[in-house]
Design a protein around this ligand. Structure first.
Ligand code: MG
Ligand code: MG
Length: 260
């Protein structure tokens, strides 16, 4: 990939990303209404694609480096980039739903991990703490900090709980391209990495394993799974770096309403 410098967005560009992010939040809400035992991840993928296209958007992931689906659907020990399948979700599963929307020339990217039916308390705690670590990272996405401050905040929240932080996959800039500079690792040192400035739009996305940090890629060339086959959680928001407090462009509001 050609190297490019970090792109800081104008307020006009941020408005466009905000529009993409809003459609994305609503698409997540649509998917959330279907999440239950017995549903297949193919059904979730179809619903997401329909909803995004009906509302004038394009699913960012479909066709991205030939990825075949609109959602990345990653159950249990699948960390990210899982394919949709005809296997029904069962009680005790968890499922990460990652989605991107492209609208008016700009992408937004976000992910949420759901429990299905009766999930082991240790796994429910993994979901809760991974989501909490996302917000710890977002708190550090303010101008004057560095990328490493976000990374450290995430790692410092989950590592003491004994969880493994995935190293191979990272957050990223978002804009006209789905993946822009800088990379935003979920581990790192405070005060390291590129400096954050107002207008930088980032996808912050902790991927946290119940067991060890190590992952493997399956033969399909996409699916990333924990090496020890223990569950993994993934939560992601698209945010803008601001002076005092990051602005979160995506939202879990529609998901959480659907889950009530
Ligand atoms: Mg994503
Ligand atoms: Mg992402």
């Amino acid at each position: 990939m050609a190297s490019a410098s970090i792109q800081y967005k104008t307020e006009e560009e941020i408005d466009l990303i905000r529009t993409s992010a809003h459609l994305l939040a609503r698409a997540h809400g649509e998917v959330a209404t279907l999440i239950k035992e017995g549903v297949t991840t193919c059904q979730l993928d179809q619903r997401a694609e329909e909803f995004i296209r009906d509302n004038g958007g394009i699913p960012s992931f479909k066709g991205y480096n030939k990825f075949p689906f609109s959602l990345c659907l990653s159950p249990n020990s699948v960390v990210v980039h899982g394919f949709a399948t005809d296997v029904p979700l069962q009680s005790g599963d968890i499922i990460s739903v990652d989605c991107g929307v492209f609208l008016n020339g700009y992408h937004a990217d976000s992910a949420y991990t759901y429990p299905i039916g009766d999930v082991h308390p240790d796994v429910l705690l993994l979901l809760k703490e991974t989501k909490a670590s996302l917000y710890k990272g977002i708190e550090k996405a303010v101008s004057g900090n560095r990328v490493g401050d976000i990374s450290y905040a995430i790692q410092n929240h989950v590592s003491p709980l004994g969880y493994g932080v995935v190293r191979e996959l990272v957050g990223h800039g978002v804009g006209a391209k789905l993946h822009e500079k800088p990379e935003v690792p979920n581990y790192g040192k405070r005060g390291s990495g590129p400096i954050l400035q107002t207008g930088l739009v980032l996808a912050i996305e902790p991927m946290v394993n119940l067991g060890r940090k190590d992952v493997v890629q399956e033969a399909d060339g996409w699916t990333i799974r924990t090496k020890d086959r223990k569950p993994s959680a993934h939560f992601e928001h698209t945010v803008v770096v601001r002076k005092d407090k990051a602005e979160i462009l995506t939202s879990f509001e529609y998901i959480e309403k659907a889950l009530q």
